[in-house]
Design a protein around this ligand. Sequence first.
Ligand code: FPP
Length: 247
Amino acid sequence: MAQTASTAAVAQAPRHIAIIMDGNGRWARMRSRPRTFGHSEGVEALRRTVEAAGELGVRYLTVFGFSTENWRRPVEEVNALFDLLRLYVARDLDRLVKEGVRVHVIGAREGLQPDLLRIIDDAETRTGHNDKQHLIIAFNYGGQDEIARAARRIAEDAAAGKLAPSEVTVERFGSYLDTADVPPPDLLIRTSGELRLSNFMLWQAAYTELVFVDVLWPDFDKAALQSAIDTYRRRERRFGGADTEQP
Ligand code: FPP
């Protein structure tokens, strides 16, 4: 069947993109504004990116909103990041429900305030039947913490006789992770020029293509997303297999 140029481009988009939204602080400093101003502009970039991902046919988008290590930041900044999640849900949830976006929040629930837990539950419940696009917000998330929590639950199930040690395979382990319902990311983008994973999706990124871009997160937009996707599409993915072009 003949395809138009635009449907061909959508078909080649990665199914799942994960983003480390880095550079809010530097963006604010360059404007002599507080770091929290950079984070609020970061929410605008997040809103643009969710929309752009939908338009570009990216079904799953995971964003790193708050890490288990971000508790080390000044309390005002931590509180501002929590307030931004509250604000984002308050402003955008109705639209996400209508537009077919399912919201998942991954990360440890321990340490989050009761009202934030209710907001997260409400967002997940109200969008629970959506399947057109998935927005996964990593909040109070750390890859090592996620793996440790999964191992703990596996150990509990084994101790309760629900699981034999021989049944702990890669697939079964993955089903205990926060991302059990989500395919692994095809492409991971980190903005701001830093070249680190910073404890993000350590298990899931085993064969993810990594793209580091020099843009600071508040400046990220559809063109930057498209450019990262173009870079991804030039990569050859082998998943540990051989290069079939070579003898
Ligand atoms: C890293 O920039 C960014 C963060 C620690 C937070 C990212 C949060 C948002 C974009 C907004 C809130 C998120 C949600 C989900 C509503 P940085 O502060 O480390 O920047 P720097 O390296 O330039 O200092």
